[in-house]
Design a binder for this molecule. Sequence first.
Ligand code: ADP
Length: 500
Amino acid sequence: MTVHTDASKYLDPKVSAFVSGKHEMLIGGKWRPSVSGKTLDVLDPANGKVIAAVPAGEAADVDLAVKAAREAFNGPWSRLVPAARAKLIWKLADLIDQHGLMLAQINSYECGKPIGDSRNGEVPFTAETFRYYAGWATKLNGEAMTINAPGDWHAYTRREPVGVAGQIIPWNFPLAMLAWKVAPALATGCTIVLKPAEQTPLGALYFGRLVEEAGFPEGVVNIVTGFGEAAGAAMSAHPDIDKIAFTGSTEVGKMIARAATGNLKKVSLELGGKAPTIVLGDADIEMAVAGASSAAFFNAGQSCGAGTRFFVHRKIYDKVMSGVAERAEKLRLGAGLDPASELGPVVSQQQMERITRLISEGRGSGAEIVTGGERAGDVGYFVKPTIISSTTPEMAVMREEIFGPVVCAMPFDDEDLETLAQDANDTEYGLAASIWTNNLGAAHKLAAKIKSGTVWINCHNFNDVTMPFGGFKQSGWGRELGAQALDLYTQTKTVAIRLP
Ligand code: ADP
């Protein structure tokens, strides 16, 4: 298998100039280096080469950003009427579209995903998310209550912005995750300190330029680049951040929840998953094969909703699994920037090593590798799409979130929905699941029994900006997207008036 690991020739010269240029953080409307002067390297995961250095922000930088965000919250941002906020957010969406090619290339360069997924998927979705929440800015109303007490009263609620929002995002969908957090926060009138993942800060910094161009008042959006243990931890514990929104691992989510207790800031967490893909006996095999493959291998499996445990009815198991294996073996691995690549590298050496270690441990405890099972090539962080069979529920490959192109497959004989749901729910996570069937009754009954924030039927990894997304169990707190995301950034004030 040859893997194309250097695709920098596809880079637009403007993107090259941006990436290799000097990078600073956006704080209070000014671009500045970290207070310590330290930087961190950004790598191309297709070959491990350093492509940029960005400021390594720490607690002192977070302090400056929070101060700027607080001033903007108390000052110019709070004076803008909702329609003016909506206009700015809409303008930002237009700029994202206009700069779509640049953003897509930066995104694929730093996180490795195929350029088509960035250009036709993530970037338009990012713009759409801003547009959707621009519409909400003018629709955040309270209610008037009818009071039971004797006398004359007027009581109503106001939906007020929570204040300064700290937002910590991961590297798997750097732009979409940014939009899911930044857009509703802006719509509700919050100000923001955003920390992109250390592996993928460049898209966020480019986005910072668009924020400036759109004309947001200084300090409304501040972007601090840096490591999680330094900048992220300082944000979670910061006494003047009112709300923290996080997407990432369950382990870090728990640390953030603990750190947030200092000032009891509001916390929302979108954490890990171990989604089941359940293929019932009557499923359309062709559709199930395509869907299950994409569930497992889309974004090299680096998606919290990835379908990582296949439960397939025995009578179609061989057909489905040989179809998925055939697709896995045909996927063209290569650098995300190369338009021919269908599966990019995983994001880092550390992730690649973790994935291959989990696969080896599974093999060591008796699981069988149907296809893949190892690193691809010896340059960059490529992992062959992998199918594992003969697993048992206690194996680490079945329990831990792998975050790589790896799926465990099991046949089932009895289509008893209760047992199927029990097996699907046998995980500490509860983010997503998919069911493949044409049996309407079974689909709805099973959907009700599955303990997860999203259940997809005859589709997987389908996110629409209108649909709330988030986790049951240890997959998180709160829901992003849809109208529910607005609740994360607003608080209700009750005003009760005695009418003399
Ligand atoms: P992943 O496993 O997907 O890399 P992480 O949970 O490690 O996810 O990282 C997601 C985001 O959380 C990144 O922006 C990272 O910098 C940040 N992060 C990591 N550790 C901490 C921490 N201790 N406190 C706050 N943020 C952190």
